[in-house]
Design a protein around this ligand. Structure first.
Ligand code: CUA
Length: 329
């Protein structure tokens, strides 16, 4: 092989290997179910890798070995061993190993902390219920959960089929119209992980992501208590002006900000939008700048999503509105 080809292959392999340890990788498990899935994956890799080496050795022998060796490869014993006995022995190993994985789909447990996730084109509605939570706590496009505790996910959709996949934490489960699936995830370490819709659901399917933040139980409890609070009243004239622009500009027909007259339900709840890591379902890092960009150019950034471009605000109002929303922590 020419040296340039070898170098190109090595260069191509580097990002692939980098994929082994990231915030969105089934090979870097941080949850009970994901670890079992990863173990099965490695078992399959080693066994099938071994089979691949044996087949390639036989192929090389068939092409280049001395004639008596090649004759032996043609024999019935070889065909029975490699073509029948080996697959018959290997397939049950995989079958049994896959049965040992705890199926993450579980019956409903009302006594558990439950995170309701509803798929929408192209965002995630998130609600927290369970022991100690009086009223569902509504959020969007980000999930927070305590480490070391089984958390129940209640998954469904309001439009087309989506699929909920957090590769570092568990296998994927479809979100099906008219059907509710319950799934249990136990995270094994704290961290920030990225989830992704795994069922083609329209033009922006690839941009339907979310972040999952696994926290210490104490940190999670205080975060949840904060998240349950309504938004603070506007602190000054600039915030008041921003809120009025939000209400009059039409934002409130789709978005809610608890504690204000805005109570729309068609889009993400924005009560604590400034506290999220990303905007637009994982597309943009959260910040005042991206907030303004998203308000004015949602259709340019994510064509086909349900939010129109709100490009009628003058610069000063748009800046005030972006700052007000980003300060809703
Ligand atoms: Cu939602 Cu793909």
């Amino acid at each position: 092989m020419p040296r340039r080809t070898i170098l190109a292959l090595l260069a191509a392999a580097v990002p692939a290997l980098g994929g082994c340890s990231t915030i969105q990788s089934a090979l870097d498990p941080a949850g009970v179910n994901a670890r079992q899935v990863a173990d099965l994956w490695w078992l399959m890799l080693w066994v099938l890798g071994g089979a691949f080496v044996i087949v390639m050795a036989a192929l090389a022998a068939a092409l280049f070995a001395p004639r008596p060796w090649r004759g032996r490869l043609r024999g019935t014993t070889m065909i029975a061993a490699g073509g029948v006995a080996l697959p018959v022995a290997v397939v049950p190993v995989f079958l049994i190993a896959s049965f040992t994985i705890d199926w993450p789909l579980v019956p409903e447990r009302p006594d558990r902390l439950t995170i309701h996730v509803v798929g929408h084109q192209f965002w995630w509605e998130v609600r927290y219920t369970g022991p100690g939570i009086d009223r569902p706590i509504v959020s969007a496009n980000e999930i927070r959960m305590p480490v070391g505790q089984p958390v129940q996910f209640r998954l469904t959709t309001e439009d087309v089929i989506h699929s909920f996949w957090l590769p570092n934490l568990a296998g994927k489960i479809d979100m099906i119209p008219g059907q509710v699936n319950h799934m249990e995830i136990t995270a094994e370490r704290t961290g920030v992980f990225r989830g992704q819709c795994y069922e083609f659901c329209g033009a922006q399917h690839a941009h339907m992501a979310f972040m999952a933040v696994v926290m210490e139980p104490g940190d999670f409890a205080s975060w949840l208590a904060r998240e349950a609070q309504p938004a603070p009243a506007p602190a000054g004239p600039e915030e008041e002006r921003a809120l009025q622009a939000f209400l009059r500009g039409g934002c409130a027909s789709c978005h809610a900000i608890r504690g204000t007259p805005a109570d729309g339900e068609g889009g993400p709840d924005l009560t604590h939008v400034g506290g999220r890591l990303t905007l637009a379902a994982g597309m943009l890092p959260n910040g005042e700048g991206s907030m303004g960009g998203w308000i004015a150019g949602a259709q340019t950034i994510k064509p086909g999503n349900r939010m129109p471009n709100f490009n009628g605000y003058d610069g000063e109002t748009l800046r005030a509105l972006s700052r007000y929303l980003y300060e809703l922590k």
